[in-house]
Ligand binder design. Structure first.
Ligand code: NAP
Length: 562
C-alpha cells in the first residue's frame, strides 16, 4: 500500500517534534526527517547530535532520514563522507529504534567504493551474505530540478541494479503533463519498491496518482509553506481534495483542462461528488499551454496511456475550440449544438474508446431557466424569491426539463462573448425570440446574425417586452460588486409579468443586478446554478448517474463564502 510521507525540515527539536505530531494527526504513515538544515551544527556540537538521535528514536511515525547535499537541491555543504558518517552515527546510536530508511543520492553512492561500503554497514540491503532484513533500508535517490534528465532511464536502472538499494527514488521537474506518464511507466515496470515523482505545477498527477500505480510513497507537506519540493501538495489537499484514501488501481481519472486552472473550483466540486456517491474516480487540474499542438499532444497521450484510465475532462479557456477540433480529428462525435456554438466544454471517453465532445454550458442555462419557469409563481406581495436552490426552492437533482416551455419566449441576452453565444444558440434552438444587447454593436450584430436573433444597444432593454433576461457580461463581478449592466431605477416594475432574471456571474452569489431585479418584483437565478448544472451534466455523462447536485452547490457556496 502506497504510504503518505510528510517531509520535515529539522531546524530544532521542538519544531520537529511538533511537526511530527501534526503529521501523525493529519494521517501520515511516515515522516522524512530532512536533517540537512542542521547537519553542519550536528557535526560540530555533540548536544545537537544527541538531539537528532533522540528525535529519530522518539519519532511517533516510522521515518526516513535524509541529509540532502546542496548539489542535489538540499542545504548541506558537507563532504559525502561527512554526511554518510552522520547517517552511520544515527544508525548505530538508534539501533532498535532507528529510521525505517536512509536516503542517499545515487551520485554520491556511485562516486566511491569506500563510501558504498560504509553505507552498506549501516543500511540493510538484499544483497548481503548472509541475507538479513533489518532497518534501515536504503533509498537511492536522484533529483533533477531543471527537467527530465536525458539519462533518466540509466539512472533508474543503476539504482535498481545496485545491490544495496532497497528503494529506487527518482524525481524530476515536469515540463508538461506528459512527463507524468513516464513516472507511471517507471512505476509499472519496477522490480524494486519505487518512488517516481514529477516536481513543479505540472507534476501534481504523479503525486496524487502514485497510489494508483503502486509507488512506495508520495510526499505531502504539512502546510503551503512547508513543502520540500516544488509542486508538493499539502496533506489536507491530498486527503480531502484529491481523495487519497479512495484511490486504487482501478480509479478513473478526470480533470479540468485550461490555462490557467489553478483557481478552478471544478476539482473541489467533482471530487466531492465522487466521494458523496462512492464513485471510483479522481479529478485533477490539468494546465495545458494555449496552443492547439500542446492540447492535442497532451490529451492524445493521456487518452492513449494504457494504464491511466483517463475518461474525461471539463475544458475551459483557451481550449474550448481545440476540443471540438481534436474530437473531430479523432473521428469522435461532436454534439451538434456544440458545433454550432463553436465551443465544447466536455470531453468524454466512452467505454468503447470513442470520444465525445459536448457543451453543458448552454444546457445548464436552459435547464435552470426551464426549472424556474415551471415553478409556480408565489402569491402575495413583497420582493420576489430567488430560484437558487440554496434557498430551498429548486430540486435537489437534475431532472429532465421540458424545454418546450421556451418556445416563443422573449429573451434579452446582455453581452456577446462566449457565454452569450451559448445562451443565444440554446434559446434560439428551442424557439425563443432572442435579442442580443451589447456594448460593442458589431459584436452584437455578428452574434445575432449567426443565430437568426435580433440585436440592440445595451441600454435599450425593454423590460416590459422581456420574459427572460440573462446577463452574460462580467459587469457586477467581484470585486466590482456595486456595478450592474442594467438600471432598474430603484423601483418595482409596474408590469404584470416581470421578467425572470438570470445573472451568469457566480461571484458574488447575489449580484447587484439580482438584488435590484428582486426588489423590482422579478424572480431571479444566480450564476451558481449555471456553474453547478454544467458540472452536474458532465458528471452524469461520465458516470452514468445523476450528480449529487446539492453537494456541488454547497462546495461552490462554501468556497465563495469561506
Ligand atoms: P467574454 O467572451 O469575454 O465576453 C464578455 C462580454 O461582456 C462581451 O460581449 C463584452 O462586450 C461584455 N463586456 C465586458 N465588459 C463589459 C463592460 N464593462 N460593460 C459592458 N459590457 C461588457 O466572456 P464570457 O466567457 O462570455 O463570460 C462572461 C461572463 O459570464 C463572465 O464574466 C462570467 O461571470 C459569466 N460566466 C459564468 C459561467 C457560469 O458557469 N456561471 C460560465 C461562463 C461565463 P464587448 O463585446 O463590447 O467586448
Amino acid at each position: 500500500m502506497t504510504q503518505l510521507c510528510v517531509p520535515i525540515f529539522v531546524h530544532d527539536p521542538a519544531q520537529t517534534r511538533g511537526d511530527a505530531r501534526r503529521a501523525q494527526e493529519a494521517g501520515a504513515d511516515l515522516i522524512e526527517l530532512r536533517i540537512d538544515p542542521i547537519a553542519e551544527q550536528a557535526r560540530g556540537d555533540a548536544s545537537v547530535l544527541d538531539a537528532l538521535v533522540a528525535l529519530v528514536r522518539e519519532s511517533p511515525l516510522p521515518c526516513i532520514v535524509t541529509c540532502r547535499p546542496a548539489w542535489e537541491g538540499g542545504q548541506d555543504d558537507g563532504e559525502d563522507a561527512e554526511r554518510i558518517a552522520l547517517l552511520e552515527h544515527l544508525g548505530t546510536r538508534c539501533a532498535g529504534h532507528g529510521p525505517a530508511y536512509f536516503d542517499v543520492e545515487l551520485a554520491a553512492y556511485q562516486r566511491s567504493a569506500n563510501l558504498r561500503q560504509k553505507v552498506h554497514l549501516v543500511a540493510d540491503h538484499p544483497g548481503q551474505d548472509p541475507p538479513r532484513r533489518r532497518e534501515p533500508g536504503l533509498i537511492l535517490s536522484s533529483h533533477d530540478f531543471e527537467g527530465r534528465p536525458p539519462d533518466l532511464l540509466r539512472r533508474v536502472g543503476d539504482m535498481a541494479d545496485a545491490e544495496g538499494c532497497r528503494v529506487v527514488k527518482v524525481a524530476w521537474h515536469a515540463r508538461s503533463l506528459r512527463d507524468n506518464l513516464e513516472a507511471f511507466e517507471l512505476l509499472a515496470a519496477r522490480h524494486k519498491p519505487t518512488i517516481a515523482l514529477c516536481m513543479g505545477a505540472f507534476g501534481l498527477p504523479s503525486r496524487v496518482l502514485a497510489k494508483k500505480f503502486g509507488a512506495l510513497l508520495t510526499f505531502a507537506a504539512l502546510g503551503d509553506a512547508d513543502a520540500t519540493a516544488p509542486g508538493q501538495p499539502t496533506v489536507e489537499q491530498l486527503k480531502t481534495l484529491y481523495r487519497w484514501d479512495h484511490i486504487g488501481p482501478d480509479t478513473k481519472v478526470y480533470g479540468v483542462i485550461g490555462d490557467p486552472v489553478g483557481h478552478s473550483m471544478s476539482p473541489a466540486i467533482h471530487n466531492a461528488g465522487f466521494t458523496a456517491t462512492g464513485y471510483d474516480g479522481v479529478y485533477l487540474p490539468m494546465r495545458i499551454p494555449p496552443e492547439y499542438e500542446h492540447f492535442k499532444a497532451t490529451v492524445d497521450a493521456w487518452l492513449n496511456d494504457p494504464r491511466l484510465e483517463f475518461r474525461g475532462a471539463s475544458v475551459t479557456i483557451p481550449h474550448k475550440q481545440h476540443l471540438l477540433r481534436f474530437v473531430r480529428e479523432q473521428g469522435g462525435e461532436v454534439e451538434p449544438l456544440a458545433e454550432r456554438i463553436g465551443a465544447a466544454n466536455t470531453l468524454h471517453r466512452r467505454d468503447d474508446g470513442t470520444l465525445y465532445a459536448g457543451n453543458t454550458d448552454y444546457a445548464a442555462l436552459l435547464d435552470a431557466v426551464c426549472d424556474a419557469l415551471n415553478e409556480p409563481r408565489p402569491s402575495g406581495s413583497g420582493p420576489a424569491p430567488s430560484s437558487s436552490p440554496s434557498q430551498g426552492s429548486a430540486p435537489s437533482r437534475p431532472r429532465l426539463v421540458d424545454r418546450e416551455a421556451l418556445a416563443g419566449k422573449r429573451v434579452a441576452v446582455l453581452g456577446a462573448g462566449g457565454a452569450a453565444r451559448a445562451a443565444v444558440a440554446g434559446f434560439t434552438h428551442y424557439g425563443a425570440h432572442v435579442t442580443v444587447h451589447n456594448r460593442t454593436p458589431d459584436h452584437a450584430r455578428a452574434l445575432a446574425e449567426a443565430f437568426d436573433a435580433n440585436h440592440a444597444p445595451l441600454d435599450a432593454v425593454d423590460l416590459d417586452q422581456t420574459d427572460i433576461l440573462i446577463n452574460c457580461t462580467p459587469v457586477g463581478m467581484h470585486p466590482n460588486v456595486d456595478a450592474s449592466p442594467l438600471d432598474f431605477g430603484h423601483r418595482a416594475l409596474d408590469i404584470e409579468n416581470p421578467p425572470l432574471v438570470f445573472d451568469t456571474i457566480y461571484n458574488p452569489h447575489e449580484t447587484r443586478l439580482l438584488c435590484d431585479a428582486k426588489a423590482a418584483g422579478c424572480r431571479t437565478i444566480p450564476g451558481v446554478e449555471m456553474f453547478v448544472r454544467q458540472a452536474a451534466a458532465q458528471y452524469a455523462l461520465w458516470t452514468g448517474h445523476d450528480a449529487p447536485i446539492d453537494v456541488f452547490r454547497q462546495v461552490v457556496i462554501d468556497r465563495m463564502t469561506g
